[in-house]
Design a binder for this molecule. Structure first.
Ligand SMILES: Cc1cc2nc3c(=O)[nH]c(=O)nc-3n(C[C@H](O)[C@H](O)[C@H](O)COP(=O)(O)O)c2cc1C
Length: 182
């Protein structure tokens, strides 16, 4: 049985701050160093995928973990916004098959964010890369998938190349979060 992680008495404020700081400092990384990922980091990312919540806990998805350079390059050349897969040490390709685009996209978002956060905990950079609808058939072919499998979201992973980390821009908090007065 997995440690449920809800023993809050054991959680100190510094631990909480460190964790929240990890959440806040996640940035997109799209240029990668030519350096392999450590096995323990890969294992943890895979485990995080397993424990990700999903719509009705159905887990109607599979993540294809791609390390083959040729395949990563092929995927990067598809129409979309995933060119950074070409230089990644690994690519996580999320495959879904629920009859609901909304539910699939929600599951994909949760899985993607968790993979990226687990990677970030190890100092590994990442970025989402979306494939255009018209390139999904080609993606199915490259990955040996049947037509009922949807590939839309990929995640490029690797240690950041020098200069890959740029300062992120964000709207002011007051614009994004509004406390409703009772
Ligand atoms: C739903 C979604 C789709 C995204 N699609 C892409 C994409 O196709 N290609 C890409 O390079 N980045 C993609 N991103 C990454 C965003 O561009 C990035 O999160 C945003 O620009 C903030 O970057 P920062 O955290 O480095 O400041 C996507 C992010 C989200 C949440």
């Amino acid at each position: 049985m997995m440690n449920q992680g809800y023993d809050r008495d054991m959680t100190t404020t510094p631990e909480a701050r460190e964790f929240v700081s990890l959440l806040k400092s996640l940035r997109a990384v799209r240029q990668f160093a030519d350096r392999p990922l450590p096995p323990e980091a890969i294992r943890d990312m895979h485990d995080v995928i397993r424990w990700s919540g999903s719509a009705s806990n159905r887990q109607e998805f599979q993540v294809l973990w791609v390390e083959d350079r040729a395949k990563l390059r092929q995927l990067s050349e598809l129409k979309g916004y995933a060119r950074h897969l070409a230089g990644a040490a690994a690519g996580a390709v999320i495959v879904t098959w629920m009859q609901s685009d909304v539910l699939n996209a929600f599951d994909e978002g949760r899985i993607a964010e968790r993979i990226m956060l687990a990677a970030h905990a190890y100092g590994i950079g990442s970025s989402i890369g979306m494939l255009s609808r018209e390139s999904r058939g080609a993606a199915q072919e490259i990955l040996g998938l049947s037509e009922d499998r949807t590939v839309r979201t990929t995640i490029s992973l690797g240690y950041p190349a020098e200069g890959a980390l740029r300062g992120g821009r964000r709207k002011p908090l007051t614009e994004l979060v509004k406390r409703l007065q009772v």
